[in-house]
Design a protein around this ligand. Structure first.
Ligand SMILES: Cc1cc2nc3c(=O)[nH]c(=O)nc-3n(C[C@H](O)[C@H](O)[C@H](O)COP(=O)(O)OP(=O)(O)OC[C@H]3O[C@@H](n4cnc5c(N)ncnc54)[C@H](O)[C@@H]3O)c2cc1C
Ligand code: FES
Length: 259
């Protein structure tokens, strides 16, 4: 895959920047070129603030070829995302994307998705893209019900949706790992895909590896440039150093080193 051919450095317009709950926002930008977009691709998004030079990486949540928009869901965690949340409809915004590899194409497979937190958003696009061709179990975890702002989107998909919440306000009371430990023996899967907090991906892999299920993870790492130059996103793997932005964000978990 030649990333330099596919990513576009563009100034575009904000179509929506809507608050979903106390820290989540849905950002929609105008976009024209959709043929390269794949689930788990991300964009580097400028913050439009002179004191914040670096763009921030955010995964594609969804896109609409009729409306000509791409959408993202982001959590406000620091000054970049806080400033992003203050941008208004019709504001100009500079972005680079789509960036990164993807989970691949699937047909007639039993797919297990394990995701949590911000990792739920890219997995939604995967499930939306492949749910009619495969049997997908979508296992997702949140702290509490109000954090699962995309529940209605997920409910519309042809998937086996299993929600987990730490406080029991939605679905299974506990986290996705508790659910897997109780239930994995009742199912067979061809492949597992995971995205979310490192601990969730690591523990998922411990379980899936013990069942000989190939497991891919989409990683989140702090980024500088987003196109392979600054090395800020480097990780140590069994195949030497790799950059999450251009070599990932999706990696085979057999390749990763967990310390
Ligand atoms: C490929 C990729 C896809 C992502 N997709 C999404 C998404 O769909 N929605 C979403 O809300 N967030 C996503 N993130 C995380 C998002 O990029 C960070 O939350 C954001 O850059 C924080 O910027 P900030 O200036 O607000 O926070 P900062 O002030 O830079 O940091 C605030 C806190 O967030 C942590 N942080 C900063 N950057 C990252 C990062 N890249 N990964 C993990 N923790 C980080 C810091 O360690 C610190 O604790 C993604 C990250 C990557 C690499
Ligand atoms: S963010 Fe610069 S090399 Fe990956």
């Amino acid at each position: 895959m030649n990333l330099k051919q596919k990513m576009i450095n563009s100034s575009t317009k904000i179509v929506k920047n809507k608050k979903l709950n106390d820290r989540q926002y849905l950002l929609e930008i105008q976009w024209n070129d959709f043929h390269n977009i794949k689930p788990s691709n991300f964009f580097m998004i400028a913050i439009n603030n002179a004191s914040i030079v670096l763009k921030r990486p955010i995964a594609i949540f969804d896109y609409d070829t009729n409306k000509k928009t791409i959408s993202f869901i982001y959590n406000v965690v620091g000054k970049g995302t806080l400033n992003l949340s203050k941008l208004k409809v019709n504001d100009k915004i500079s972005v680079i994307g789509p960036i990164g590899n993807n989970f691949g194409e699937y047909k007639n497979k039993n797919i297990l998705i394990v995701c949590g937190g911000t990792g739920i958003y890219p997995m939604y696009l995967f499930a939306k893209t492949f749910s009619n061709l495969n049997k997908i179990t979508f296992l997702c975890g949140v702290k509490t019900k109000s954090n699962l702002t995309i529940y209605n989107h997920l409910k519309k998909l042809n998937i086996n949706l299993i929600t987990c919440s730490d406080d029991g306000t939605i679905g299974f009371k506990g986290n996705p790992i508790d659910w897997l430990n109780k239930n994995i023996d009742n199912y067979t899967y061809d492949i597992a895909l995971t995205c979310g907090p490192n601990i969730l991906m690591k523990l998922t892999y411990e379980i899936t590896k013990s069942k000989n299920i190939k497991t891919l993870a989409s990683l989140e790492k702090r980024m500088g440039c987003g196109f392979g130059v600054c090395m800020a996103c480097s990780i140590k793997t069994k195949n030497n150093m790799r950059r999450v932005c251009v070599d990932g964000p999706v990696f085979d978990m057999d390749e990763l080193i967990y310390e």
